[in-house]
Design a protein around this ligand. Structure first.
Ligand code: SF4
Length: 588
C-alpha cells in the first residue's frame, strides 16, 4: 500500500516555473511582497515578530501628510532612491534593477525601497562610470558580497582589480574594498572605475592612515566620508552602534571585539571618555551620505568572534542601537542596511535574523557568514556557507562571503573564487527554499540534462563548467551513457532511461548510439587540475619554516609579535623579513 503524507505546505510559491518533477513546492510561508514577510521561513516557537513600523514611520520632520501622501517642504530636491520612492517616482535605476528580478515590477521595488525594506546602492558618480543597478532586500533574490583589499603585508592595486574581475566573474553582487595597505586612495578609485557592481568601503580605515585613532575628530570623519562619497563609493560601513555603555559587556568574552572598526572606536571612546563619535555626529554623516546617495551599511562592531560569544548582551545591545540609527538615517532620507554576525551556532541563527527584522524595522540584513563552528580554519568558506544558507532562509538579504583564507591570511584570486562559489550555493539554496519564483528552473534544466546523461548540456548548465568538465574527463573523457562513479552496469540513471515507463532521460537533442570522444582537456582545464590542491602541505610548511628562521630563535615567539616590539618595528620586520606569498622571491 502506498502511504501518502500530509506535507507542511504553507502557500509559498513553487520555485519551478513549470512545476516540473514531483515536488509539491516550497514549505516556506506564502509570500507577502509589500509586507514584512515578503519571502519568509515559518517561525520556530519563541521567535520575535516582525516590526509593525517601516521607513514611512520615520519621515523627516519638515514633511507633511495630507491623509493620502507625504509632501516635502517647498524647494525640496530628492537626492536618494529612498526620497524618490517616497515621492512615488520610479527611477531609471529601479527599472533596471527590476529587469534583474523577474518576479518583481519596478513599482514593487519602489514601494519596498520606500518602506525601507530594500536598498538600491548606487552612488551617482559610480552610475556614470558604469555601475549596473541592483537591489538588496528580502523581496528580491538573495545577494552575495565579496571582500577584497590590499593589506600592509600583501597585494596591490593591480592584484585587487584582478580580484574584482574574478569576483564579478564568479557572481559577486557587490564588492567591498577593505584595503588597509598600499595606496588606499588609488586602489579605491581604480576599483570604482572598473566595477559594474556596487562598491562598499569601511571609511574608518582610511581615516587613521598616518595618524592614530585617538586623533580622530569630527572634521576628519566628515572630510574622509565626503572624499570617498565623491569618488563614487556606493555604501559605507559605519560602526555607529558601538556605544560606550556597551564596552563593559565585552569584558568576559572569549575573544573580545573582532571587528576592526569596533575595536578602533572602543579605543577612541576609552581614551577620550566620550561617546562613539559616529553616534554623536550621525546626523552630519547622514548629510554627506544623502548628498551622494551613499547607502548606510550600519556596522556590527560588537559581532561575536566565536560561538561562545554569540547572541550575548554586547551583540544584542548594539543591534538595538542599530535600530535607533536606522530610524535616524531614514529621517534624513538615507538608505540603510544592517550588518550582522559573524560566528553563531546553527540553532541561534533564526533568532538573530528575526530579532534584526524586529529591531531594525525590516531594513535589509547583510550578514558575514555566520560560521557555525570554529574548528575548521582553512575550510571556513564551508562552515560559514552552512550558516549563510540558514541566515538567508530566515531573513538575511545579503551574505558576505568568507574565503578559505579567513582567519589565516589575505585571500588570493583562487580563494575569492572558492568563497564566491560557496556563497552562490548558499544564496541559491535559500531562494529555492523560500519559493522565490523561477529560482528552481536552472536546477530543473540541469536535472533533465543529468537524467538524459547529456554531458555537454550538464557541463554547460553547471555554475563552473570548466571544473565540472575537468572532474568528469579526468576519469573518463568519453561521452558515454554512464560515468566513472558507478560504471556502465551500475549506472542507475542509464538503467532508468532503459525503463520505458519512466519519462526521465528523454531530453530533446540527446543522441543515444555509439560513444563519442568529448573534446580533450583544454589548457585551462589542465591548469585547474594542477591547481586543485593549491600549495601542497610540504610546500606550505617549508615556507613557514623559512619565515620562522628569519624572525625567531628556535622555540621562541617571532620577534615581530606585538608582545615584544612596538608598531613601527613590527611593520619593518614584516616588510623586510617575512616571506610574502605571491612575490617573485617567495620560493627562493
Ligand atoms: S555512473 Fe553513477 S554517478 Fe555516473 S551518471 Fe550513472 S548513476 Fe550517476
Amino acid at each position: 500500500m502506498t502511504k501518502r503524507y500530509q506535507l507542511p505546505l504553507r502557500g509559498a510559491l513553487n520555485p519551478s516555473t513549470h512545476r516540473a518533477g514531483t515536488n509539491p513546492g516550497s514549505f516556506a510561508n506564502a509570500p507577502q511582497i509589500g509586507g514584512p514577510l515578503a519571502f519568509s521561513s515559518p517561525d520556530t516557537p519563541g521567535m520575535p515578530a516582525p516590526s509593525e513600523k517601516t521607513a514611512w514611520d520615520f519621515m523627516p520632520e519638515d514633511w507633511t501628510f495630507d491623509g493620502e501622501r507625504w509632501h516635502p517642504p517647498a524647494g525640496f530636491e530628492p537626492k536618494t532612491q529612498l526620497e524618490f520612492a517616497r515621492l512615488s517616482v520610479v527611477t531609471p535605476e529601479m527599472k533596471r534593477a527590476a529587469e534583474r528580478e523577474p518576479h518583481l515590477t519596478a513599482e514593487q521595488i519602489r514601494d519596498e525601497i520606500a518602506a525601507g525594506r530594500m536598498v538600491l546602492p548606487a552612488n551617482k558618480t559610480h552610475l556614470r562610470y558604469g555601475l549596473v543597478p541592483m537591489v538588496i532586500g528580502r523581496a528580491s533574490r538573495t545577494k552575495i558580497n565579496a571582500n577584497m583589499g590590499a593589506s600592509p603585508v600583501s597585494s596591490g592595486t593591480e592584484a585587487e582589480i584582478e580580484k574584482l574581475r574574478w569576483a564579478e566573474r564568479w557572481g559577486a553582487d557587490t564588492v567591498m574594498d577593505l584595503s588597509t595597505g598600499g595606496d588606499l586612495d588609488a586602489t579605491r578609485e581604480a576599483i570604482i572605475k572598473a566595477a559594474r557592481v556596487p562598491i562598499g568601503t569601511v571609511p574608518i580605515y582610511s581615516m587613521i592612515i598616518g595618524r592614530s585613532i585617538e586623533d580622530l575628530t569630527r572634521e576628519i570623519i566628515l572630510e574622509s566620508l565626503e572624499h570617498q562619497a565623491k569618488q563614487g563609493v556606493d555604501y559605507f560601513t559605519i560602526h555607529a552602534g558601538v556605544l560606550r555603555e556597551h564596552l563593559p559587556l565585552v569584558k568576559d568574552r572569549l575573544i573580545g571585539i573582532v571587528s576592526r572598526g569596533g575595536s578602533l572606536l572602543a579605543k577612541w571612546m576609552i581614551h577620550h571618555g566620550e561617546q562613539n563619535p559616529m553616534w554623536t555626529w550621525f546626523e552630519d554623516i547622514c548629510d554627506v551620505m544623502r548628498e551622494h546617495d551613499v547607502t548606510f551599511s550600519l556596522g556590527d562592531g560588537l559581532r561575536p568572534g566565536g560561538l561562545a560569544d554569540a547572541s550575548d548582551a554586547a551583540q544584542l545591545a548594539e543591534l538595538s542601537a542599530l535600530g535607533e540609527l536606522t530610524e535616524r538615517a531614514w529621517r534624513k532620507g538615507c538608505q540603510v542596511m544592517i550588518e550582522g554576525p559573524g560566528h553563531v551556532p546553527f540553532d541561534q541563527i533564526e533568532y538573530n535574523m528575526k530579532l534584526e527584522r524586529r529591531l531594525c524595522h525590516g531594513a535589509p540584513f547583510y550578514v558575514l557568514g555566520p560560521l557555525v563552528t570554529d574548528v575548521f580554519p582553512g575550510y571556513d568558506h564551508i562552515t560559514s556557507a552552512i550558516g549563510a544558507t540558514a541566515a538567508a532562509y530566515h531573513g538575511a538579504s545579503m551574505l558576505c562571503y568568507v574565503t578559505p583564507k579567513e582567519h589565516l591570511g589575505l585571500p588570493k584570486a583562487e580563494d575569492v573564487k572558492q568563497g564566491c562559489i560557496a556563497y552562490k550555493i548558499a544564496a541559491h539554496a535559500a531562494d529555492v527554499a523560500l519559493g522565490i519564483p523561477h529560482t528552481r528552473d536552472w536546477d530543473d534544466d540541469l536535472t533533465r540534462a543529468r537524467a538524459a546523461l547529456n554531458w555537454e548540456k550538464h557541463f554547460e548548465l553547471s555554475f563552473d563548467p570548466d571544473t565540472a568538465r575537468a572532474f568528469h574527463d579526468e576519469d573518463l573523457d568519453v561521452d558515454t551513457d554512464f560515468c566513472a562513479m558507478c560504471g556502465h552496469d551500475w549506472c542507475s540513471v542509464r538503467i532508468s532511461k532503459e525503463i520505458a515507463e519512466f519519462n526521465s532521460g528523454k531530453a530533446d537533442g540527446f543522441e543515444r548510439g555509439a560513444p563519442r570522444r568529448s573534446p580533450a582537456l583544454s589548457e585551462e582545464q589542465v591548469r585547474i587540475l594542477e591547481q586543485r590542491g593549491n600549495l601542497p602541505p610540504e610546500e606550505i610548511h617549508r615556507l613557514a619554516q623559512k619565515t620562522k628562521k628569519a624572525v625567531a630563535k628556535p622555540g621562541e615567539r617571532a620577534s615581530c609579535h606585538s608582545d615584544f616590539v612596538e608598531g613601527d618595528t613590527a611593520r619593518r620586520i614584516q616588510q623586510e623579513k617575512l616571506v610574502q606569498l605571491g612575490r617573485k622571491d617567495a620560493r627562493a
